[in-house]
Write a new protein. Structure first.
Length: 622
């Protein structure tokens, strides 16, 4: 904007941004930081003839770095479970209420009426269900209101394509056009619109329990759906199909991640790693299975954990086998990785037929608990740092019980028995499913084989003391950086190592819920074409370098201790900056100078309030 110049760059002798005086408009009693202008000669304004008119629109917003230290201390919580809602009957397709697949949660509908689908909307819970005992047959895909558990819609056949009754669900926005739902069909893969109507169908290889994964393989803003060893474009066309593993023949459980740091994602499909174009990079001789990716040896490079037919393996990214651990009781479900004991290093958790184990990064066993999974022996689990203390708890549901274990010791912290399942590959989610700032565990159940409960249950803490979670857990191969809070698949996600260095893990390890906002004033920019009229016009930037969105606040502008303008700001997201203005001040009103104060009534909880005030003492036109 040619007519704007930074106020601070007009010259050291003309402007002084200094500590605020002992008292004044908006003074909260907290001293502000002192900024000393650079020791440079005054800037000379170019002679360009008649200046252009002051722009009526603000300069564009910009990104600011987030301060990783801007967070509150965790509060140790309790484990006093309460059922917040329980869905057990399908009003649209009666009988289709047996659930044996992991659900997905995230933004799908504009629930607050602002015209956007984003992090501010109440999540929708999506899952497949079957009738009776027909878990391998076509079933129904159902969407629930995350706040109430009420049925929003349920479909069995979409333009003649049948939903797989225990298939996996993924949710996300691939290309900026809005979120879609991706689900296993009896004849391939389906993409559905937010109302359950058909967006497209892809004739892929078939998996009875197929679980789609979303990723932008090329980092071009057009994300893809990875379905086993097949990659489907955002428009439903098939990009390529590999020739090796699929991530378990019934599950199609693939992971897309940038293994070599080149900005392009590879596809880890069980025992095979494919390049971005579908070329096989390597394939292990062991049986196909289910994978997770993290930096296990803390060398800043990712490793791959593979679970298959009674064993756990650790591979380097290039396929080198590091170690193999045999599971004596057989089976073995999708692995979970997190720092279970708070020592700064990751561990591996895996459930098998009769034992839930946590292994150290070198494969040695840290602890093991007896569980019961005679149905499939391949159930998964999730982890979450409920107390925000840096050590994650395990959340696992076997045939009869939902367990929460202390991550370091395996001590039982929660035993919820109103659950049953003739299991497959499912695991509970940990999300803020109703958008109220409190965390819930969302677990699927069925009673076709084992007496108990069926449907979907959202469980919270009676005191709402669990550390806050995200509102999104969008797919079976969930890892934190692969989906943003608005449900958009990022073009080039940050590696999920070195932090939080987890997989199928919730995110209070990254201080979500503990983050605070930090509002500050950037460098105002003056418009000089009004100087001939003895008036100064300028724009004021406000920045949020904290990790939390701010919520509403005001910015007040005072001239000579009298209020000139007050700007209400509805919200400023973490890492964003916005411009306020234009502010016009006459020379006669300038007096002793200008004071700009952010959130003077302290509505926003911040980690630093010493940077909420700026003063400009000299009139900009002098």
């Amino acid at each position: 904007m040619r007519s704007l110049l930074p106020l601070l760059l007009l010259g050291c002798t003309e402007y002084d941004i200094s500590a605020k005086p002992d008292a004044g408009p908006g003074d909260t009693g907290t001293p502000a930081a002192t900024t000393t202008p650079p020791d440079t000669p005054p800037a000379t304004l170019p002679d360009t003839g008649t200046p252009p008119a002051c722009p009526a629109e603000p300069p564009p917003g910009y990104d600011v770095p987030i301060d990783d230290a801007c967070a509150q201390d965790p509060v140790i919580g309790s484990f006093d479970p309460v059922v917040e809602w329980h869905w057990e009957s399908n009003p649209i397709h009666p009988g289709y209420d047996q659930v044996m697949a992991a659900p997905a949660s995230g933004p799908l509908l504009d629930t607050n009426g602002d015209g956007l689908v984003d992090r501010d909307d109440i999540p929708v819970v999506l899952f497949t269900a079957f009738a009776g005992s027909a878990y391998r047959d076509p079933g129904a895909l159902t969407a629930l209101d995350g706040a109430t558990g009420e049925t929003l819609w349920s479909v069995r056949s979409v333009d003649g394509h049948l939903i797989q009754g225990s298939g996996g669900v993924a949710l996300g926005d691939l290309d900026g056009t809005g979120p879609r739902v991706f689900v296993a069909a009896a004849d391939g893969l389906l993409a559905l619109n937010p109302d359950g109507s058909l967006a497209w169908h892809a004739s892929t290889e078939h998996a009875v329990y197929g679980t789609p994964s979303l990723a932008d393989l090329e980092g071009d803003g057009q994300a893809e759906v990875v379905y086993g060893r097949t990659v489907v474009n955002a428009d439903g066309s098939i990009r390529w199909t590999g020739s090796g593993g699929v991530g378990n023949s019934n599950l199609f459980n693939a992971v897309a991640v940038d293994l070599d740091g080149d900005g392009l994602s590879e596809v880890v499909a069980g025992n095979t790693v494919y390049d971005t174009d579908g070329t096989t990079l390597w394939q292990d001789a062991a049986a196909d299975g289910q994978a997770a990716v993290a930096d296990m040896d803390l060398d800043s490079e990712p490793e791959i954990v593979l679970v298959n037919r009674g064993s756990v393996q650790l591979h380097e990214a290039d396929g080198t086998l590091v170690w193999t651990v045999v599971l004596p009781d057989g089976g073995g479900g999708p692995p979970t990785i997190a720092d279970f004991d708070g020592d700064g290093a990751p561990e591996i958790a895996v459930a098998s037929r009769e034992v839930y184990r946590v292994l150290e990064a070198d494969g040695t066993e840290r602890w093991a608990n007896v569980v019961q999974d005679f149905s499939s022996s391949v159930t998964g689990s999730s982890v979450f740092d409920f107390e925000g203390d840096g050590a994650a708890e395990v959340v696992y549901a076997d045939e009869e019980t939902l367990w929460v274990y202390d991550g370091a010791t395996g001590t039982v912290e929660l035993e919820f028995t109103d659950h049953s399942s003739g299991t497959l590959y499912e695991y509970p989610l940990i999300v803020d499913v109703d958008g109220d700032g409190a965390t819930e565990i969302v677990v699927s159940s069925n009673d076709y084989n084992i007496a108990g409960s069926r449907g979907i249950t959202a469980i919270g803490d009676a005191a709402d003391s669990w550390a806050p979670a995200r509102r999104v857990w969008n797919q079976h191969s969930y890892h934190i950086t692969q989906i943003d809070d608005d449900g958009r698949v990022p073009a080039r996600p940050a590696p999920h190592w070195p932090t939080p260095n987890s997989f199928r893990a919730g995110n209070s390890e990254t201080k979500v819920g503990l983050w605070l906002a930090d509002l500050s004033l950037g460098e105002p920019e003056a418009c000089l074409d009004e100087c001939s009229r003895d008036r100064a016009v300028f724009w004021v930037p406000v920045e949020n370098t904290g990790g939390a969105d701010s919520g509403p606040f005001d910015v007040a502008v005072y001239a000579d201790a009298l209020l000139v303008e007050r700007f209400p700001v509805a919200d400023l997201r973490a890492g964003d900056a916005t411009w306020l203005g234009p502010v016009t001040v006459e020379r006669a009103a300038w007096g002793s100078g200008l004071a700009i104060v952010v959130d003077e009534d302290r509505r926003v909880v911040q980690c630093d309030v010493t940077n909420d005030r700026t003063q400009v003492l000299a009139f900009p036109c002098d």
